[in-house]
Write a protein that binds this ligand. Structure first.
Ligand code: PEP
Length: 251
């Protein structure tokens, strides 16, 4: 069994949101649910900036919404000024952590090896890493996308990972925040490749794979119609409660 058999709707707020805005957005989302034990066809995860994690965890307590961080250290504690450890994230009640987002790979030099070390530490603390992989436009255009995906998957997944304890997000770099969405065939091809590599590395194709890259209410239905898509990782549209909810409603 993969991480869950429900669709996963994860929101990456990135470096957006002050206390008031987070309060408003979280409350607006909470108001969409009818009751805490409402039967839903999806799991909703929101990933606010680190400064808001504690507040948001308290707000969603008892609701179906779960919370994740956007990054963590590969160390558990010690003299690492400015870092936030997976132990700390777990301690405040978050359950997930996005790792290897393309913004962290490109702006902060995170390699597959670093992502794998972070994921290893996150797993050791009982967090579920959402590990992002995806090709750049140049790699897509020069025909190396499938090889890049294989390399990123193989080398970003840590020892101890299984199809039950990690989630993969396929996020083509050229589709993030650009309004350009991968074609349905692109998504099928890459998700199929990820399943092949998962079988080799983890012994099963049934890993949870999210698609990310300019997902909006208007394109969510088509994306969810693909059998190989287990959910979505949403950036920009997760900052608007109506849009994020409407994406979930298409799942
Ligand atoms: C993201 O940053 O993970 C993302 C998918 O962003 P957007 O939805 O804005 O393209």
């Amino acid at each position: 069994m993969s991480f869950t058999n429900k669709k996963i709707i994860a929101g990456n707020w990135k470096m957006n949101g002050l206390k008031n805005e987070a309060w408003q957005l979280t409350n607006d989302l909470l108001s969409k649910f009818e009751s805490p034990d409402q039967k839903l066809q999806f799991e909703m995860i929101i990933c606010p900036p680190a400064t808001l994690l504690s507040e948001v965890v308290s707000m969603v307590d008892g609701s179906p919404i779960k919370v994740g961080a956007q990054n963590c250290s590969d160390k558990l504690n010690g003299a690492y000024t400015g870092e936030i450890s997976p132990t700390m994230i777990k301690d405040i009640g978050a359950q997930f952590v996005i790792l290897g987002h393309s913004e962290r790979r490109s702006y902060y030099g995170e390699t597959n090896e670093i992502v794998s070390q972070k994921a290893f530490s996150a797993l050791s603390q009982g967090l579920t890493p959402i590990i992002c992989i995806g090709e750049t436009l140049e790699q897509k255009e020069n025909g190396s996308a499938l090889a890049v995906i294989e390399d990123q998957f193989t080398n970003s997944i840590p020892e101890g990972a299984s199809i039950e304890n990690i989630i993969i997000a396929y996020e083509p770099v050229w589709a993030i925040g650009t309004g350009k969405v991968a074609t349905l065939q692109d998504i099928i091809d890459i998700h199929t490749k990820i399943r092949e590599v998962s079988e080799k590395k983890l012994g099963s194709r049934n890993i949870s794979i999210l698609y990310g890259g300019s997902v909006k209410p208007s394109n969510a239905k088509d994306i969810f119609s693909l059998q190989d898509v287990d959910g979505v990782l949403v950036g920009g549209a997760s900052l608007n409660a109506d849009d994020f909810w409407n994406i979930a409603m298409e799942s």
